[in-house]
Design a protein around this ligand. Structure first.
Ligand SMILES: *Cc1c(COP(=O)(O)O)cnc(C)c1O
Length: 494
C-alpha cells in the first residue's frame, strides 16, 4: 500500500516519500508527516534474526513506499558499511542497570551519522524518481555536529554539492578541525564572522531568495536542506529502536512484548520522535523519557503545557542540545491536536510572533507516553564520574544528561521497567568536558593529548575519526562576513 505524507500546516498537501525528502519542508512552512504510521512488518522473532541492514529495509520500506526494493537496498548498503567501526552498527552496552544504545560508531562519532550517512543516497534516488535534472546543492548552517556529519555523508556523492557555514569562533577545536579537513571536490566549508544564529539566518535568506534560486537553476543547480526535519532523516532513526529491542529480545534480556522505556537526550526533538514512531508501529515501548540540559524548554513544556522560548540561551557542555526551538516537536503537536492543521498553524504562528504557545488540557492528556526531565551541568558531570567509577564505562556529556534524567525518573516514579538510553556521541568528541568531569584535566593539554589519556582510562582506543584529523591537512580556509555568504555560494558553484 502506498503511504503519502501531508503537511502539518495544510492537510490538503499530499506528497510521496521521495517528494517529501526532496522538499524537506512543505511550502506552507509545515513539516511532512505520514498519513498513517505503518505497523511493524513481521514478528519480533523474525526481526530478532535480522542484521542492521535487513532491519533497516524492513522498517524503512514501510515508510518509503515509492522506493523500489533495489533502490532502497542500494541506499542502505551504501550507508551502513565499513564507515561504521562495528558490524552491529549500533551496539548495546549494559552498565549500571541500563542499556546504552551506542549511536556513535559512524564516520563522525555522533548519532547524526545514523541518518546523514543514508540521506544523500535517499536524496539522489528521490531526484531521479522525480525527474530532477539539476545537481542538488545542500546548504547547511551548523553549530558543530550536523555540519561534519552532513559533509561526511555527501562527500563525493555524484549529483550533489554541499556547502557548510559555521561560526568561525563558535565551535570546538576538534569540531573545526573535523570540518576544515573534509575531503571531496563537492564539499565547501566556510567560516563566518558571526554566531550560529547569523549563519542560520544567512542560510534561510539564501533559501528564500527567488532571484538567486532562478540564477542557480539556469546554471543547473537546485537547493535542498539536510536538517533534522527532513523525513529522510527521521525514518532511518526509527530503525535503531526496533533493532535495539530485537537485540535485547534475541539475547534473552527481555521477554516477548515486555515493555521497555527509552531515554533520549533531546535538542531538536528528532531522535525521540523517531522512538515515538517506533512505539506507534507497535514496538513495546513504555515511557519516552525526554532529557534536557539547562536549556529545559521541553521539560517545562511537558510539566506545564506551555512552550516558551523567551528565556536566556545557555551555553552548556552538551552543545548539541543547546536549542530553544525544537522544530520536530511540531509533529507531536499536530498529532495531539488530532491532526488539525488549523490548530497547528495557530500555535506555530504564536511561537513565531510571541515566542510561546500553550496547548489545551485535552491535548495535554495525550502526552501520557512522555516524561520530561532535565540535568544541570553539575549533575551530568557527576554521572559521568560515578558510572565510570562504578563500572569503568565512560559516556559523553549528552548521554550523561540522559543517564542522569533516567536516575531521577526512577526515583520520582518508582518505575523499574528495563530501559534503553540513547547514547548520542562518543566521549572522544567532547574530550575536554568529559575529562574535566573525571577530574583529569591538566594545564596545557590539548584535546588530542586528552584523548590519549582517555584511552588509557577507559580502555577504549582513540577512534579513527579523531586519529584521522590529528595530522590531517587543512583544505578549507575561506572566512567571510555574514553579508558575503551568497557571494561565497556563487563563487563555489562557479
Ligand atoms: C543532535 C544531537 C542531540 C539531539 O538530538 P535531537 O534529535 O536534535 O533531539 C543529542 N546529542 C547529540 C550528540 C547530538 O549530536
Amino acid at each position: 500500500m502506498d503511504l503519502f505524507y501531508k503537511s502539518t500546516r495544510d492537510s490538503k498537501v499530499r506528497v510521496t516519500a521521495s517528494q517529501a525528502i526532496l522538499q524537506g519542508l512543505s511550502e506552507d512552512g509545515g513539516l511532512f508527516v505520514p498519513e498513517a504510521v505503518p505497523a511493524l512488518p513481521v514478528s519480533m522473532k523474525e526481526l530478532a534474526d535480522m542484521s542492521y541492514q535487513e532491519m533497516a529495509y524492513a522498517v524503512m520500506s514501510r515508510f518509503l513506499t515509492d522506493f523500489t526494493e533495489s533502490e532502497l537496498k542500494d541506499c542502505i548498503a551504501k550507508a551502513y558499511d565499513s564507515k561504521f567501526d562495528l558490524p552491529e552498527i549500533a551496539p548495546i552496552t549494559k552498565a549500571e542497570g541500563a542499556y546504552y544504545l551506542e549511536l556513535f560508531h559512524g564516520a563522525t562519532i555522533a548519532f547524526k551519522d545514523m541518518a546523514l550517512s543514508i540521506l544523500p543516497h535517499l536524496m539522489t534516488v528521490s531526484a531521479r524518481k522525480n525527474q530532477v535534472k539539476e545537481d542538488i546543492v545542500i546548504l547547511t548552517a551548523t553549530s558543530g555536529d550536523t555540519g561534519k556529519a552532513a559533509l561526511a555523508g555527501f562527500a563525493d556523492v555524484p549529483g550533489t554539492r554541499i556547502i557548510v557555514f559555521y561560526p568561525k569562533d563558535g565551535v570546538s577545536p576538534i569540531q573545526e578541525k573535523q570540518m576544515v579537513t573534509q575531503k571531496g571536490d563537492n564539499t565547501f566549508v566556510v567560516g563566518i564572522r558571526g554566531n550560529f544564529d547569523d549563519a542560520q539566518s544567512g542560510v534561510k535568506s539564501i533559501f528564500g531568495d527567488a532571484a538567486f534560486k532562478k540564477e542557480l537553476a539556469e546554471k543547473g543547480y537546485r537547493f535542498s536542506s539536510a536538517n533534522s526535519i527532513n523525513i529522510g532523516r527521521l525514518v532511518p532513526q526509527i530503525v535503531y529502536y526496533v533493532y535495539a529491542y530485537a537485540r535485547l529480545f534475541a539475547d534473552g534480556e527481555i521477554g516477548e512484548n515486555e515493555p521497555v522505556n527509552v531515554v533520549v537526550p533531546t535538542g531538536n526533538f528528532g531522535n525521540i520522535l523517531a522512538a515515538y514512531y517506533a512505539k506507534q508501529m507497535g514496538l513495546p515501548i513504555g515511557k519516552l523519557i525526554c532529557a534536557s540540559n539547562d536549556n529545559k524548554v521541553l521539560y517545562d513544556f511537558f510539566r506545564t503545557g506551555s512552550y516558551d522560548r523567551n528565556r536566556e540561551f545557555l551555553l552548556t557542555s552538551s552543545p548539541s542540545m543547546d536549542i530553544l526551538i525544537s522544530s520536530n516537536l511540531e509533529r507531536l503537536i499536530y498529532q495531539i491536536a488530532d491532526q488539525s492543521d488549523e490548530t497547528d498553524r495557530r500555535l506555530m504562528k504564536e511561537l513565531a510572533e510571541n515566542g510561546r504557545y500553550e496547548i489545551t488540557s485535552v491535548m495535554g492528556e495525550k502526552l501520557g507516553d512522555f516524561y520530561g526531565g532535565y540535568a544541570s551541568e553539575k549533575e551530568a558531570a557527576a554521572v559521568i564520574r560515578s558510572v565510570y567509577e562504578a563500572v569503568g564505562y565512560v559516556m559523553d556529556t549528552h548521554t550523561a544528561v540522559a543517564s542522569c534524567v533516567y536516575e531521577k525518573y526512577r526515583k520520582d516514579t518508582g518505575d523499574s521497567t528495563k530501559t534503553i538510553i540513547a547514547s548520542t556521541a562518543s566521549p572522544y568528541k567532547f574530550t575536554g568536558s568529559v575529562m574535566e568531569a573525571l577530574g583529569e584535566t591538566a594545564e596545557g593539554m590539548d584535546d588530542f593529548e586528552l584523548a590519549d589519556r582517555l584511552a588509557v582510562l577507559s580502555g577504549v582506543p582513540v577512534p579513527g575519526a579523531v586519529e584521522e584529523i590529528r595530522r590531517a591537512e587543512v583544505l578549507h580556509s575561506t572566512v567571510v562576513n555574514v553579508n558575503e555568504m551568497k557571494q561565497a555560494v556563487r563563487g563555489f558553484l562557479g
